[in-house]
Design a protein around this ligand. Structure first.
Ligand code: HAM
Length: 403
């Protein structure tokens, strides 16, 4: 028997209900915030991710589904959504048009990671990207949007917050950090030695406990911000305070992708095991220019749908729509026609086989229909249909026309 690949799951039945409930809820909230749907291809040029997510990241360094296609192009299944949205934004010349452009998207992402609970090779994200706003209120708005979505789904969280500085303060900080870490060059892990060359601030979230111990007294990002970054970070905290969103400051939160500057944030859950990040994002003011667009400030986030599906409190399902069945062979075609009419206004499920009433009632109950309606030879003769309201437990025979 052929099975799905390791780390790649089917989403069906109860999972599918959770999945669509999540998408519908998040979509409605994103639209309330003025975001528009965007869909970008699953496959892009590998160079797009190398230049945006960054060569030093684990994603690009170790986890890409990368191959040469039949036209000899170096391509890659998207490991995340931001890079493709930025590419589309530039390709459509929205960078030159100016103004604010806000997008949301959802779909499959691919990372060749070691699968475990909450960590898949094909997973789904819901993400948003906002272009054209350099105001820190937009960062706060992003965070509040995630908080709104989680609240609506009944999901508790901890919010971790940091600022990574900008072109003004980051270079000096990097030099200080490199000087500090270089002192321990013989003791730190191989990955950190590499990070020193490629993206030094990534040493700060090294998972190696020995490295973490060595970095205890390393210079702290938040103590090395320039006045603009520091003021913006203060404003961000104040907006969150004013809106009753609690947060923890984590000066070592640097995120696993290289494109961030200034605000970085992560939402974590304590109820899903070690893969606890349920959403993450931040500002990426340099990325549009870096991908050859006109410099445009931007900020966004993405949520991991599979991790959230474990936590969603589903509303109790109430009965919905119609189930229509035939009691006799000769009634089947009338049942089909009646169902076609009913579908114009209501969810309607049909059974193509003639069965007795008990069987139809059971089947209607199984699909959670509100009404079970049946047609037999008597009803054909009278032009009627028998309808039972499975919620209120009432039944009646009405004319087909009225139905
Ligand atoms: P990310 O933190 O790499 O950010 O991913 C966002 C979320 O996707 C994570 O918090 C997690 O819930 C989920 N996720 C990541 N990897 C996996 C996996 N292997 N299995 C299951 N879930 C996973 C980004 O992707 C950025 N593009 C977010 C962003 C948008 N920043 C700015 N705009």
């Amino acid at each position: 028997m052929i099975k799905s690949l390791r780390g790649m799951n089917d989403i069906l039945s109860e999972d599918y209900e959770r999945y669509t409930y999540f998408i519908n809820t998040a979509t409605k909230i994103a639209q309330n915030y003025g975001f528009h749907f965007i869909e970008t291809p699953l496959l892009e040029e590998t160079a797009l991710f190398k230049r945006s997510v960054g060569e030093s990241s684990d994603i690009v360094g170790k986890e890409m589904y990368q191959f040469t296609d039949k036209g000899e192009n170096d391509v890659c299944l998207r490991p995340e959504g931001t890079a493709g949205v930025v590419r589309a934004f530039i390709q459509k010349k929205l960078d030159k048009a100016g103004g604010t452009h806000r997008f949301f998207y959802h779909g499959a992402m691919f990372r060749y990671e070691r699968p475990q609970k909450g960590r898949l090779r094909q997973f789904h994200q819901f993400g948003v990207e906002s272009f054209g706003q350099d105001n820190v209120y937009e960062d706060a708005t992003m965070i509040m949007m995630v908080a709104d979505i989680l609240k609506e789904l009944g999901i508790g969280y901890r919010l971790q917050l940091n600022s990574l500085g900008d072109n003004n303060c980051m270079p000096d900080y990097k030099t200080k950090l490199i000087n500090f870490v270089t002192e321990y060059k013989d003791e730190i892990c191989e990955d950190c030695v590499r990070r020193l060359e490629t993206n030094p601030i990534r040493v700060l979230d090294c998972k190696n406990s020995k490295c973490q111990e060595l970095y205890t007294n390393a210079p702290k990002l938040l103590q090395n911000l320039c006045s603009t970054c520091s003021d913006d970070f203060d404003t961000l905290k104040k907006v969150l305070d004013d809106n009753d969103i609690s947060y923890e400051i984590d000066t070592n939160l640097v995120r696993g992708l290289d494109y961030y500057s200034k605000t970085a944030f992560e939402f974590v859950s304590d109820n899903i095991g070690s893969q606890s990040a349920i959403a993450g994002g931040g500002r990426y003011d340099r990325l549009v220019e870096f991908l050859d667009g006109k410099a445009t400030p931007a900020v966004g986030f993405a949520m991991g749908i599979e991790r959230l599906m474990e936590l969603i409190e589903m509303p109790s399902t109430c009965r919905d729509g119609y189930y229509i069945g035939a009691m006799d062979e000769e009634a089947i075609s009338l049942v089909v026609k009646t169902a076609q009419d009913k579908r114009k206004t209501n969810k309607t499920i049909i059974d193509y086989k003639a069965r007795n009433l008990m069987k139809h009632l059971k089947a209607a109950d199984k699909v959670n229909a509100r009404f079970c309606a049946v047609i037999g030879s008597n009803e054909i003769k009278d032009g009627t249909i028998w309808v039972k309201d499975l919620q209120n437990k009432t039944e009646e025979v009405i004319s087909l026309k009225e139905f």
